[in-house]
Write a protein that binds this ligand. Structure first.
Ligand code: SAH
Length: 346
């Protein structure tokens, strides 16, 4: 599997697209090609980037509290799906289950949606205590038709985006081309039109994210349930590019080291229609991160205590992960018992 073969394949793709491959197709190839894709071939977590559940158990434990609350609000169903999109090393689900297992372990079917064979293996090991409850699936539509609670942390940022720029009263689409035998980003005229904007304005469109979220919503509204999407992103576009590549915790050129760097974009939270959107800081505070940290501190030695305090700060400080990371919460509880019941029963 040589880099040369991979570049030749990409060049063929570019040639087949009138010598300009739209950014989303380039990302699809760089991240998901079944032979060369970044997510297919490596375990990037901790090597290239770190995520909230890997920073501290506090994060997943608070999500665990949220999961139990959703399950209660659903009327404590005795069969339900707990789905995670892009579960990484399985750490978030493990931390969720540490909190939730005594309430839900007899009733839960854990379903993981993961593209990477390497990470599936890591998840299998991390979640070995729950192997009887755990399966992997490729599509939300394949789930059991039961109430469903879905989690996705740093999943949507990985999905390929299209990028359009407004310049001199015209819209252009960002594409990858070959220039002097090297990969180059170019702008191609497009019929897509986002109206009149400031010169240089960039609009990013994540068609796959829209499709996946629409599937989540229609599944959950047919079965009842809740979904929690957490990611870095914005509720109102700044009109600038948010495309980024990261390798070994440093920013990187998106065209260099093909298939060996993480390429992502900030998530446009306006795609999560019918959701409550709050900052990660507010979400974690609301469900008790400070109280949970206080309990951990009581049992901690000096080194552990420092780690608890530092990670609490990192996850919630507005200038660190607290504000940039946001939570979109979708809830559909129409068939729940207590919701429909006669309150005089209490
Ligand atoms: N949620 C984890 C990992 C985030 S990294 C955490 O917080 O630590 C992104 C995860 O999504 C990885 O597990 C990656 O392999 C997976 N992934 C990315 N794109 C995917 C796709 N299209 N389908 C399924 N899984 C995907």
């Amino acid at each position: 599997m040589s880099d040369q073969q991979q570049i030749s394949l990409l060049k063929e793709l570019i040639a087949a697209n009138n010598n300009a491959l739209p950014l989303n197709d380039f990302m699809q190839f760089a991240l998901y090609d079944l032979q060369y894709g970044y997510y297919i071939n490596c375990n990037p977590i901790n090597t290239d980037f770190i995520t909230a559940p890997e920073i501290s158990q506090l994060f997943g434990e608070i999500i665990g509290i949220w999961v139990v609350l959703q399950w209660e609000q659903l009327g404590k169903p005795t069969q339900f799906n707990l789905v995670e999109l892009g579960p990484g090393q399985g750490t978030l689900m493990l931390d969720i289950m540490r909190v939730a297992h005594k309430y839900i372990s007899n009733y839960v079917s854990i379903c993981l949606v993961e593209v990477s064979p390497i990470l599936k293996e890591v998840q299998r090991k991390t979640l070995s205590a729950y192997s009887e409850n755990t399966t992997w699936c490729n599509n939300i539509k394949d789930l059991l038709p039961a109430p469903t609670i879905l989690i996705a942390n740093e999943f949507f940022d990985a999905l390929p985006i299209r990028q359009f720029t407004y310049r001199n009263n015209k819209w252009y689409e960002k594409c990858v081309a070959i220039n002097h035998d090297k990969l180059a980003l170019v702008d191609r005229e497009t019929n897509n039109n986002f109206g009149e904007q400031d010169d240089g304005c960039v609009i990013e469109v994540n068609e796959l994210a829209h499709k996946i979220f629409s599937n989540i919503k229609s599944f959950i509204s047919s079965t009842s349930g809740a979904a929690l999407m957490i990611d870095y992103g914005y509720t109102k576009s700044s009109g600038e590019s948010t495309l980024q590549a990261v390798k070994e915790h440093k920013y990187h050129d998106i065209l260099d080291n093909l298939g060996k760097v993480d390429i992502t974009a900030h998530v446009d939270f306006s795609l999560f229609t019918d959701c409550k959107i709050i900052s990660q800081r507010d979400f974690l505070y609301r469900y008790g991160i400070k109280e949970r940290a206080a309990i951990l501190l009581k049992k901690a030695n000096a080194k552990e205590a420092k780690h608890v305090m530092q990670s609490l700060h990192r996850l919630t400080h507005p200038e660190l992960m607290g504000e940039l990371f946001k939570c979109a919460v979708y809830q559909h509880f129409s068939n729940i018992k207590w919701y429909n019941c006669d309150y005089e029963d209490y």
